[in-house]
Design a protein around this ligand. Structure first.
Ligand code: DC
Length: 222
């Protein structure tokens, strides 16, 4: 049987960086489920479809294909109708679109099997918002990773500036607060700690300390 680690938490808590490194150390596959919601958000942007529950969104879901693959470095690649959109889904606009589109029940249902199938066939560390609560409630280890909004906005700001993007810290902080609110107040699969999860707060931890902490939580629980 394969092993599943569910890693949930708000935007910018460091989930993806930490999970990638922990997965490499433990020889698991890292699955970033936010990329799937971002890809559907991108599909909606491109088609001019409003990110609200509607027949248009349901029609769009019938027409598109979203695939999750890995390149030869083991990095996740998401394909929208066969096109690699892994770079294009990373802008602040795509983040906001993903947050809105992910509140739509039909979108969540559409992505459920894709996520569960990955966990059936591989040992995974799966990062998201509802992995421990909805997607993989039987995961061997469930972790809720968080940090203060200011710490998370600061990290996201640094990351985007390093990529050469022209962004303001205040805007990023506002985005973090808005997305936290959207993600934890939606009716379907809201962001909340899963029953039996281990809470890890990284506000006062640097990256290496956070990775060490997550690896030790996983090792203690499998
Ligand atoms: O982790 P991220 O920032 O790439 O996620 C983008 C958006 O997708 C985020 O606003 C919440 C949503 N999301 C979700 O609802 N469920 C998941 N399992 C992963 C992400």
């Amino acid at each position: 049987m394969s092993i599943a680690i569910a890693l949930d938490g708000p935007a910018g808590a460091g989930k993806s960086t930490i999970a990638k490194r922990a997965a490499a150390a433990l020889d698991y596959i890292y699955v970033d489920t936010g990329a799937l919601y971002r890809t559907i958000g991108l599909a909606a942007s491109r088609r001019g479809v409003e990110p609200v529950a509607s027949p248009e969104v349901e029609e769009m879901l019938k027409q598109i294909t979203v695939d999750l693959t890995f390149n030869d470095k083991g990095e996740q690649v998401v394909l929208l109708d066969g096109e690699d959109v892994s770079g294009e889904i990373r802008t602040p606009e795509a983040s906001m679109m993903a947050s809105k589109i992910s509140a739509i029940p039909a979108v969540r249902a559409y992505l459920l099997d894709l996520q569960r199938d990955m966990a059936k066939t591989h040992n995974v560390i799966m990062d998201g918002r509802d992995i421990g609560t909805v997607v993989l409630p039987d995961a061997q280890v469930k972790i809720f990773l968080t940090a203060s909004p200011e710490a998370r906005a600061g990290r996201r700001y640094k990351e985007l500036v390093e990529k050469g993007m022209d962004v303001k810290y205040e805007d990023i902080l506002q985005d973090v607060i808005t997305r936290d609110y959207n993600d934890s107040h939606r009716e379907t699969a809201p962001l909340k700690p899963a029953e039996g999860c281990v809470m890890v707060d990284t506000t006062e931890l640097d990256l290496e300390q956070s990775i060490e902490k997550i690896i030790s939580v996983i090792k203690e629980n499998i």
